[in-house]
Design a protein. Structure first.
Length: 146
């Protein structure tokens, strides 16, 4: 099992320079996020070598399973548990845990997918689930551009 430090794996914006980035905003309690996870994992496996990066911001909500109230450290451990069970591919990518990321991108629902082109320009902002085909239609042309 991953440590809580890994869930908030630090990264710098320079690591993403020149890459197409999918920001996958998710929540530990979100059933639609759990459906979207395998689709993103497949896309990441297919296009990673072509310059696709995924960053998966989440945040604390003050509770864990079945709505039980939890202090931040306990909830962070629960986030790691959910990540490891439902999103094993996220163990390899940054998973910043901060409400600031949600505020910065105006995210008010999960899942929300934001796609940035190689210049860091937002090319898609989509609250809700996307199919594999819909995601690929957005990502593939951006990866083709150099």
């Amino acid at each position: 099992m991953a440590t809580t430090e890994q869930v908030i794996k630090p990264f710098t914006i320079h690591e993403l320079k020149g890459k197409v980035v999918v920001l996958f905003f998710w929540a530990h309690w979100c059933p639609d996020c759990k459906i979207e996870g395998p689709i993103l994992a497949k896309l990441f496996a297919k296009y990673r070598s072509q310059g696709l990066a995924i960053v998966a911001p989440t945040q604390r909500y003050g509770y864990v399973a079945r709505g039980a109230a939890a202090p931040p450290d306990q909830e962070l451990k629960y986030i790691v548990q959910v990540r490891d069970e439902y999103y094993p591919f996220l163990a390899e990518v940054p998973v910043p845990t901060s409400a600031a990321n949600h505020e910065r991108y105006g995210v008010s629902s999960t899942p929300t997918v934001v796609i940035l082109d190689r210049d860091g320009i937002v090319r898609l902002y989509h609250p809700g689930r996307l199919t594999e085909e819909e995601l690929e239609q957005q990502v593939a042309p951006l990866l083709a551009r150099r």
